[in-house]
Design a protein around this ligand. Structure first.
Ligand code: NAG
Ligand code: NAG
Ligand code: NAG
Ligand code: NAG
Ligand code: NAG
Ligand code: NAG
Length: 366
């Protein structure tokens, strides 16, 4: 599997204040004191219980906070006000922020009315943003421009907490191509022609294209500029034991720019990404970073059943029939300490940390 998650675990565990340095998986779930298994497979609490928290590897099925429910939206990036610049400080309020920065750095350009620039430098390890809301089936279109440098990968994916994953990926040395992929609970579905490449696009660095993931219960289609380039039928993913190896759990939307061509990456990944990154590339030297641009992301939810008026979230149910956890709507809070009267002071503490961090940056620059 090629994705930014490969390079994240070390960086994230370094600053995890609420973490236990214990790994977790479905057979060895987290202890009750640090109940939540992060997307990187480490036990913790607080932000470990938010986006990416794996219910099957956490202390109990309801240790992770419920996933904020899908909402139709067109996200534009004329400014950063809907983006929380550091996911560590997210409190689960998906009305306050649409996106969190899991890693790296961003800014807004204003060349054509505003777009999000995701940066990669030799030291930042790449940039990844996640949506604060999940979708449980739906159509997502990202209008974006990719990188154009060997070893630098641009990606637009959906990722569930148990690693049902649907990808558009763009190795930087192939700017007339777009690759589609999907995974079921982290595995390549057997018998599927997993990665496929659409060719003949006008330069993906210079031109905006609309990349669409249309994820419905019975079929998954990938489109470019409104034209379907690949279809996967759910019925064709059922294995001989009757298990549907098809993404079926609520997922976050993620966009990223990440370094695949670096020391320590597997040779296969380096080759796939177009070789080792040239940090002396004139584009890098002149700008001080590599970048990819996102102009908009449109979300059309397609929940199999209609939510109730008070629905706030998705939760995993106990029914694991056919290896596929059941998913249900819930009206429970998605907020950390949502039912806790000390919430206000907790928020103040988090706010103070953000201010302190900002002051540190300012004094460093000065
Ligand atoms: C699950 O985690 C335990 C403890 O870290 C480890 O011993 C075991 O090998 C892991 N199992 C799998 C399937 O990864
Ligand atoms: C969540 O954010 C919204 C929008 O900023 C705000 O109106 C609301 O009070 C917040 N909820 C809580 C519980 O903090
Ligand atoms: C987010 O905040 C944490 C805690 O202050 C810090 O260690 C980390 O480097 C920050 N991440 C980013 C991407 O700025
Ligand atoms: C960005 O461009 C828009 C429209 O092109 C303009 O209204 C806005 O003021 C610009 N913002 C900045 C920060 O320059
Ligand atoms: C469990 O889920 C399976 C597959 O979705 C369904 O056929 C079955 O009726 C469910 N069982 C219960 C007790 O809800
Ligand atoms: C959530 O739904 C339950 C059952 O329908 C209801 O009893 C409860 O009051 C609701 N809670 C909230 C916060 O709306």
């Amino acid at each position: 599997m090629h994705s930014l998650t490969v390079v994240l675990p070390v960086a994230l565990t370094l600053f995890a204040r609420s973490a236990l340095a214990t790994s977790c998986n479905a057979t060895t779930p987290c202890p009750s004191a640090f109940p939540c298994c992060s997307e990187f497979g480490f036990c913790g609490k607080d932000d470990f219980c938010l986006g990416g928290c794996n219910p099957l590897a956490s202390n109990t099925l309801d240790s992770c906070k419920p996933n904020p429910v899908c909402k139709d939206a067109t996200h534009t990036f004329t400014d950063n006000s809907r983006i929380l610049s550091n996911a560590t400080f997210f409190n689960g309020n998906a009305s306050e922020y649409d996106w969190v920065v899991d890693k790296g750095s961003i800014f807004n350009t204003n060349s054509s009315g505003g777009e999000l620039a995701m940066l990669l430098t030799e030291t930042n390890g790449g940039t990844r943003l996640s949506s604060t809301r999940y979708l449980h089936y739906g159509t997502v279109t990202a209008k974006m421009k990719t990188g154009r440098w060997g070893g630098v990968v641009t990606a637009f994916i959906t990722m569930s907490d148990i690693k049902d994953e649907i990808d558009w990926e763009f190795p930087g040395d192939a700017t007339t191509e777009a690759q589609s992929n999907y995974f079921w609970q982290g595995y390549i579905p057997t018998g599927s022609n997993n990665g496929q490449t659409a060719k003949g696009l006008s330069d993906t660095f210079s031109n905006y294209h609309d990349y669409t993931i249309d994820w419905q219960p019975k079929a998954l289609t990938f489109s470019i500029d409104g034209k379907v380039v690949r279809t996967i039928n759910q019925a064709d993913t059922v294995d001989p034991q009757g298990v549907s190896r098809y993404p079926s759990t609520p997922a976050r939307i993620q966009v990223s720019l990440w370094p695949a061509g670096i020391d320590g990456a597997s040779p296969g990944t380096v080759t796939w990404a177009g070789g080792m990154i040239n940090w002396k590339d004139p584009d890098y030297v002149s700008a001080g970073h590599f970048y990819a641009l996102v102009k908009s992301i449109t979300v059309k939810c397609a929940d199999p059943t209609a939510p109730a008026a008070d629905t706030t979230s998705y939760v995993y149910g106990t029914n694991k029939t056919a290896e596929t956890p059941s998913v249900a709507f819930s009206n429970q809070t998605t907020l950390l300490n949502g039912a806790d009267p000390t919430l206000a002071s907790g928020l103040q503490f988090r706010g103070a940390m953000v201010v302190a961090a900002a002051l540190m940056v300012v004094s460093y620059v000065l």
